[in-house]
Design a binder for this molecule. Structure first.
Ligand SMILES: NC(=O)c1ccc[n+]([C@@H]2O[C@H](COP(=O)([O-])OP(=O)(O)OC[C@H]3O[C@@H](n4cnc5c(N)ncnc54)[C@H](O)[C@@H]3O)[C@@H](O)[C@H]2O)c1
Length: 384
């Protein structure tokens, strides 16, 4: 009887209160209630590129009731029949890149999603903007800062959004860390660090045209760190090495460590690899005067309890690749882009943030090449 005094009223008399952290349940309740009230127009899209990244976007486009896919542009024509069949793209027009004018000239296309190789981005982005389409572009917008600036200037002149798809910002764990840091929960940040180990190892064909590990891979880490801190580094240093002979042969690195020095005294560290044999290892840790916050790896089968035996303690593996680890982030970034196109939200990835990331990547690449600390200067209009 000791606990009888804790009996409460019937749960039917109380409103359920799901925790705000259950973002999937929140979305489910919206879908269940159908209570948006106003029928919003669908955003009509063209998708450029259906490789590793494009397939993730295609899957999200098809499952979203807020968009309608009109065109897919990709040069591997031998894939078209399977693509149509697998995804039921009965009403979708497939084109190769030489036929892409049809997309730009079609007034029914509201926006394009660019997931083709990096060297093609700038051309597609500029043609699409000039044709008055909103643009969602995989990182990076262009191969260098000057051309990225030109793309943003075109977007401003035309008055259409140009969204750079830094998907990790839309990951619920990473954005929770940022919110809590920005709420002062760790106080002034003394150290911020990311571990970012890729899996599976990208193909050499991809790496040859990727732009190199700093601009292709580490940009995600620069983006997350500067987005959490709201501050840009003034000194960086990088050590880089290629353990894998095929990566060495193309003049790239597979393993890099970077340190960053921020004007407020915060220190940053990035530990990155192209090849993590045990899965896609992605961690973020923020240490400050009042405490520490960490986003750890997720385990897909996390509800199976830990197994103990005489060899030790085992738990399930972490997610194997970016497609699985950031699945929710990719969905949420598409949803955000649709809000931006419909004028319901400001783009949460600002042009100056994307340009800052390119500048930091270039400085780190320079440090790795020269073995020296590189200073970065920022004009007032470049700062966050
Ligand atoms: N945000 C992320 O997590 C993430 C992950 C992977 C790749 N990416 C980015 O996505 C882009 C594509 O990378 P990927 O790994 O998907 O490459 P991929 O090689 O797997 O796919 C590229 C696809 O684009 C097609 N293509 C080539 N030229 C084209 C053109 N002019 N127009 C339209 N399609 C064209 C190719 O036929 C291919 O199917 C890169 O810019 C990369 O940086 C981002």
């Amino acid at each position: 009887m000791a606990t009888a005094k804790f009996k409460s009223v019937s749960p039917y008399t109380q409103q359920p209160s799901p925790p705000p952290q259950d973002y999937i349940y929140k979305k489910y309740l919206e879908d269940l209630a159908l209570n948006k009230g106003v029928r919003h127009p669908k955003v009509r899209l063209a998708l450029f590129g259906v490789g590793r990244a494009g397939t993730i976007h295609l899957s999200n486009i098809i499952s979203s009731p807020r968009v309608k896919l009109l065109y897919v542009v990709d040069d591997i024509e031998s894939n078209w029949a399977n693509l149509k069949d697998y995804w039921h793209l009965d009403d979708v027009v497939l084109l190769n890149s030489k036929q892409a004018d049809r997309v730009y000239n079609d007034p029914n296309v509201d926006a394009v999603v660019v997931a083709s190789p990096t060297f093609t981005h700038e051309g597609i982005v500029r043609r699409a903007l000039e044709a008055k389409k909103a643009v969602f572009c995989e990182k990076p917008i262009a191969e260098d800062n000057a051309n990225s600036i030109k793309c943003y200037e075109t977007a401003r002149k035309i008055g259409k959004p140009l969204f750079c798809a830094f998907n990790r910002r839309f990951d619920p764990s990473y954005s929770a860390v940022r919110d809590r840091v920005r709420n002062g929960e760790v106080g002034h940040v003394h150290v911020i660090k990311t571990v970012s180990r890729d899996s599976p190892l990208p193909s050499i064909d991809y790496l040859k045209i990727s732009g190199g590990i700093f601009h292709d891979c580490m940009v995600h880490d620069f983006d997350i760190i500067t987005w959490v801190l709201g501050e840009y580094p003034v000194k960086v240093s990088a050590q880089a090495h290629a353990h894998i002979p095929e990566i060495k042969a193309i003049g790239d690195h597979d393993t890099v460590v970077v340190t960053l020095y921020f004007p407020s005294g915060t220190l940053g560290m990035i530990d990155i690899s192209r090849n993590s044999s045990y899965g896609y290892d992605q961690r973020l840790e923020v240490f400050g005067a009042k405490g520490m916050i960490r986003a750890d790896n997720e385990q897909p089968i996390h509800c199976v309890t830990t197994q103990y035996d005489q060899d030790g303690i085992n738990s399930s593996p972490i997610w194997y690749s970016f497609a699985s680890r950031f699945m929710n982030g990719y969905r949420r970034e598409l949803d955000h882009f649709v809000d931006v196109v419909l004028g319901k939200a400001e783009s949460s990835v600002q042009p100056k943030e994307t340009l800052a990331v390119i500048k930091i990547a270039t400085a780190c690449q320079e440090s790795a090449r020269t073995g020296k600390i590189v200073n970065i200067t920022w004009a007032p209009n470049e700062l966050p």
